[in-house]
Structure formats: C-alpha cells, structure tokens
Design a protein around this ligand. Structure first.
Ligand code: GLP
Length: 237
C-alpha cells in the first residue's frame, strides 16, 4: 500500500487525477470502478476539466459503480444514479451503455450485477467513518460478492444531510469486498479530520470489523489523503 499525504483537498484531487490519467492514457478501453460520496468529487471535477480542455476521452472505457440505495427510485435526486450523472457522466463522453450502476433490492438483482461485473483496471474508493468501502459495513466477509445490505445507524446518520425532509434509505445494493479486491489497482481517497480514525484503523492490520483493512492484502493500493485524514497515520507508514 502506497500512502500519499497531500496538503489539502485540491492537491489530493489533482494527485488522484494523475493516477486516473495514467490508467486511461495507457489503456483507453480501461474498466473503471467508480464510487460516490463527497471524497471523489474533486477527482471527477479534474476529469471533466481535463476532458473539456481537449485532454482525455473516455468514449471507450467501461464503468461499474460500487453501490446504490435499494429502496430509492433511480430518478430520485439523491440516488447514486443521479449523483454519478450530475457529478461526472454529464461532463464526459462515456456512452450510456458503457455505464453500469447496480439497481434492485433482491439477491437475484445482486447476482445479476455480479455477472455483469468485469474486474476494474482502476477502482476508485472513498471510506466511511466506520471503515466501510462501498456499502460493505463492518463484519462483511472479505470474499463477499454483490449483495443487499441493511445500512448501519452510523452510515444512515452520516447520509442524513442529503435527506433533510425524508427518511434516509435503509437498504443498499453493493459490490462485495471480494469484487473490489479483484481490481488491478485500487485508489482510495479520503479528506478531513473526521476520516482520520478510519484511515488509522485501516492500517492496523486485517480486521473484518474494518472493511477497508481488506485492502492490506491487495498488491497495488494507492491511498491519497489530505493532512486532516492523514493526521493519525503512525510515523512508520
Ligand atoms: C457512502 C458510500 C461510500 C462512500 C462513503 C463516504 O456510504 N456508499 O462509497 O465512500 O459514503 O462518503 P463521503 O466521501 O461523502 O464521506
């Protein structure tokens, strides 16, 4: 695992874009694993800025998103389908048919997404306060596949800000940790001091109570944090 501590969110996002650029320049048909949440928004803005300035084209990439709320209509403004279109896809040239976002609320829907999935050349990840990746909450087996999860209270609380006038969704469909680990390369981004504990816990050793710690077994993981999220990383890293 390579760890980069950048001075702020802007620097972190630029560094993350360098990795994205390297992947897509080398292989214009790359499979990209994409994540939602506020953490990768800066990276997505860099991708759009570069693309609009005549940089990379994404017309031949294929994308697979990590997760989606199960009990929310796709056209809801807070669905991950809406998020990805607003924050990234509307600004790039990826054909709609090359974009995959999980949907559904049954294990059968999950199995179908699992069959569609191709291992990512580059998998983007954020991290939850409790160390979750995608919506793999603490205790999820490290070899799990796409499945339906009931969100923890902590996760629902964190996502409440997006649902001021209605109940936060209770269920989600998410790629499993086993799917995530199949990527060739994984890029995790985290910013802000409220993520510092999750980052420090991830580095303590593999522990099913900290889903992100599964990444320690992967041969090519890049972690980019800002000074806040990196503030509890022990010296030796
Ligand atoms: C959600 C998403 C995760 C994301 C996490 C952190 O739970 N399912 O994929 O990593 O939120 O979000 P943020 O980056 O907004 O802190």
């Amino acid at each position: 695992m390579k760890i980069f501590i950048e001075k702020d969110y802007d620097a972190l996002s630029k560094k993350a874009f360098e990795i994205m650029k390297e992947t897509v320049s080398k292989n214009p048909q790359a499979v990209l694993g994409l994540a939602t949440g506020s953490s990768p928004i800066g990276l997505y803005q860099e991708m759009i800025r570069d693309h609009k300035n005549g940089g990379l084209s994404y017309k031949d990439v294929t994308t697979f998103n990590l997760d989606e709320y199960a009990d929310l209509p796709k056209d809801h403004p807070e669905s991950y389908y809406s998020f990805m279109h607003t924050q990234l896809f509307d600004g790039l040239d990826i054909p709609e048919e090359s974009i995959h976002i999980p949907e559904g609320e049954t294990e059968e829907d999950a199995r179908r997404y699992d069959e569609l999935l191709k291992p990512a050349d580059l998998q983007i990840l954020g991290i939850g306060h409790n160390g979750h990746i995608g919506f793999n909450e603490p205790g999820t087996p490290f070899d799990s596949h796409t499945h339906i999860v009931e969100l923890t209270e902590r996760t629902r609380e964190a996502n409440k800000r997006f649902f001021p006038d209605e109940e936060v969704p209770r269920f989600a469909i998410t790629q499993g940790i086993g799917n995530i680990l199949k990527a060739d390369r994984i890029l995790l981004v985290a910013s802000g001091v409220d993520k510092a504990q999750a980052i420090a816990d991830m580095l303590k050793g593999e522990n099913p109570e900290v889903p992100a710690s599964a990444l320690l077994s992967h041969p090519d993981v890049i972690v980019i944090v800002d000074e806040g999220a990196g503030s509890l990383i022990p010296e030796k890293n």
